[in-house]
Design a protein around this ligand. Structure first.
Ligand code: HEC
Ligand code: HEC
Length: 230
């Protein structure tokens, strides 16, 4: 089922392109064109990272306004770049070969793109989805600075984030979203809250809980800021 879905989504190389002016309101547009692959509301079922639960093709969008930065959404929707090197559900896109695991690029989703006006509207709409605003309000993260070298050592060696995440394009684990663009993509308070308790945000998450105090998490966020500003 999953493989079939993935094959279907990847079979067509021409990305779908949506233009503004179709006459439908933005909420209807999202329901008709995005919800097939993105959860638009909390899922009413047992959570857990099982293949069935991940059969949805992309990350949940029902708390998009608590997660993304609006300018990033607007730009990315016009020119989507891959965030998860092995797709949203890596087991569906990785083939085991005698030379090791290989990502089946052809099976990855070619993301639809929107024209500038529509991207602006959809980004604006997604930012209104803020069911967990109070979680962000509870965070007291203040951007600080960390040297590139210390931050990288922490991210790679001490905290082991690099096993699943790239902090430099092409360098790092392929099972999680790349984090070299995380500072531009995500609200800092979301990053702190998510790292502390991933399952709070996404009941199906495959991100483990890594026992760390807030100061340690804040330092990692400062590192993500540092690499974005490099
Ligand atoms: C065929 C399935 C599919 C459809 C249809 C689709 N998406 Fe996606 N979407 C994905 C996948 C898969 C990803 C993860 C991409 C990646 O990691 O590179 C994604 C990622 C995203 C992201 C980035 C989020 C993140 O954290 O990775 C946004 C925003 C998004 N989609 C919005 C939309 C909107 C808005 C629509 C409707 C116009 C839409 N998508 C339609 C599959 C889809
Ligand atoms: C065992 C693999 C693994 C390790 C180790 C790991 N992560 Fe993750 N992480 C993931 C996966 C898989 C996701 C995607 C989960 C989801 O969408 O719910 C994720 C998601 C994230 C996100 C959200 C990104 C987004 O765009 O949605 C952040 C931020 C993050 N991880 C930070 C970290 C940090 C910082 C560390 C080190 C302290 C770390 N992770 C260690 C697997 C891992």
């Amino acid at each position: 089922m999953l493989a079939a879905l993935a094959a279907q989504a990847g079979a067509d190389d021409t990305p779908r392109y949506f233009e503004s002016g179709a006459g439908t309101d933005v909420a209807t547009f999202v329901t008709e064109n995005c919800v097939a692959c993105h959860a638009a509301e909390p899922l009413g079922r047992e959570p857990g990272p099982s293949a069935d639960n991940w059969a949805q093709n992309g990350p949940p969008l029902y708390y998009a306004g608590d997660k993304y930065r609006q300018e990033w959404l607007r730009d990315w929707l016009q020119a989507p770049e891959r965030i998860r090197p092995a797709g949203h559900y890596p087991p569906a896109h990785i083939q085991t070969t005698p030379d090791g695991d290989v990502i089946d690029e052809a099976s990855l989703v070619t993301h639809p793109a929107l024209d500038a006006e529509l991207a602006e509207e959809v980004a604006g709409f997604l930012m209104t989805l803020t069911p967990y605003a109070e979680r962000l309000a509870e965070e007291d993260y203040e951007p600080g600075s960390v040297s590139l070298r210390m931050g990288q050592m922490d991210f790679r060696r001490f905290k082991g984030c690099v096993a699943c995440h790239e902090d430099v394009q092409g360098e790092g684990g392929k099972s999680g979203p790349e984090l070299h663009s995380a500072w531009d993509r995500l609200q800092p308070e979301f990053i702190v809250s998510f790292v502390r308790s991933p399952v709070h945000w996404n009941p199906d998450t495959m991100m483990p809980v890594l026992e760390m105090n807030d100061a340690a998490i804040h330092k990692l966020v400062d590192y993500l800021k540092t690499i974005a500003e490099e």
